[in-house]
Write a protein that binds this ligand. Structure first.
Ligand code: BDP
Length: 331
């Protein structure tokens, strides 16, 4: 055997040995990176921290993780792509922006589709959540639990909104999803999709007049300081998903997958309780900060005005009619 062959033989054995070692290490120890858009004391953030702690505990330290709060790992649409690629291991995502990659997720971004939060829980923990979860899996994400994000309402710096006509001409920031652009346009408002982190400055400088969100986000981002009219339209009930990259999931043993799944569900139970408390606290904070809150006695005019969003969606995605009807026709 020539000298060079001998050297190559040795080198390839060494590389193979290294690869085996690496494979053995990654099967037994995994350190995950978690994406989170919210501040540390937010219900979503606390839920994610509990999830990571329980997984580390139950796997005896074999699967650990760190949650990166405040969106430091990037904007939500980018993070969804990174989860799919396995660059980020887990995160909590609103099904709003998720709808751009997972068509099934869009059904919960239709205005007024859920009748109440308890109904949303029931349907998400059943067939509707399963159908959306299947859609997510097909796109490389494994749902571990559905978190609560309450109901979203409009706020702005110009005037209270009591009827759809009050939205006319307002520049409203929306999450990145064509459905939300249509939703605002259905009331003759001007919709601007924009990253969550840019909204405060944009309202302050008048780039937009306002946005729409649930009370905890309106409060935790300080948007209430720059947009003091908060009108309780409650037009969108969009749940959120604690989910894991399918690539990361596949690195886990079946026992670890079971632990991760159970920890995800348990964290969702905790998050839902914290959510209700935070919502009440946020409403108090914004009221004390000078927000003018107005309730909408009759939401029917908003529902009627936003009906074209359904028509546009279902004509583009007729195959999702059954899923939409499953929610619309539920008690
Ligand atoms: C919050 C959601 C967050 C979204 C944000 C937004 O929890 O995931 O990024 O709204 O409006 O309620 O962008």
């Amino acid at each position: 055997m020539s000298y060079s062959k001998k050297v190559m033989g040795f080198a390839s054995r060494a590389i193979m040995g290294g690869a085996l070692l690496a494979a053995a290490t990654s099967a037994s120890a995994l350190d995950m990176r978690g994406w989170n858009i919210h501040v540390e004391e937010y219900p979503v953030s606390i839920g994610m921290e509990s999830f990571v702690a329980e997984v580390a505990d139950k796997t005896g330290g074999e699967v650990t993780g760190k949650v990166y709060h405040n969106g430091v790992l990037g904007s939500q649409p980018d993070a969804i792509e990174q989860i799919r690629l396995g660059v980020i291991d887990f995160g909590v995502f609103s099904l709003g922006p998720m709808g751009q990659s997972v068509p099934e997720a869009n059904v919960v971004s239709l205005p007024f589709i859920f009748k109440s939060i308890p109904q949303m829980y029931r349907l998400m923990d059943g067939e509707v959540g399963d159908a959306i979860g299947e859609g997510m899996k097909a796109k490389g994400m494994v749902p571990l639990g559905w978190y609560d994000a309450g109901a979203r309402s409009f706020y702005n710096s110009v005037r209270p909104i009591n009827s759809p006509a009050d939205v006319e001409g307002l520049k409203v920031r929306v999450m990145s999803n064509d459905l939300f652009v249509k939703m605002v346009e259905s009331m003759d408002g001007n919709a601007t999709p924009m990253a969550f982190s840019e909204v405060y400055q944009s309202i302050k400088t008048g780039v937009v007049d306002g946005a729409e969100n649930n009370p905890p986000s309106y409060e935790s981002t300080n948007h209430y300081e720059v947009a003091k009219y908060y009108s309780l339209t409650e037009h969108l009930i969009i749940p959120e998903c604690l989910c894991m990259s399918l690539k990361t999931w596949e690195k886990l043993t079946p026992e670890q997958q079971e632990i991760v799944m159970a920890a995800g569900r348990a964290s969702a139970d905790e998050q839902r309780k914290l959510w209700a408390e935070r919502e009440a606290a946020s409403m108090e904070t914004v009221a004390a900060g000078g927000t003018e809150v107005n309730k909408i006695a009759d939401k029917a005019p908003f529902q009627e005005a936003m009906a074209p969003v359904y028509e546009a969606f279902l004509s583009e995605r007729p195959e999702l009619t059954d899923l939409v009807d499953m929610i619309r026709n539920a008690d």
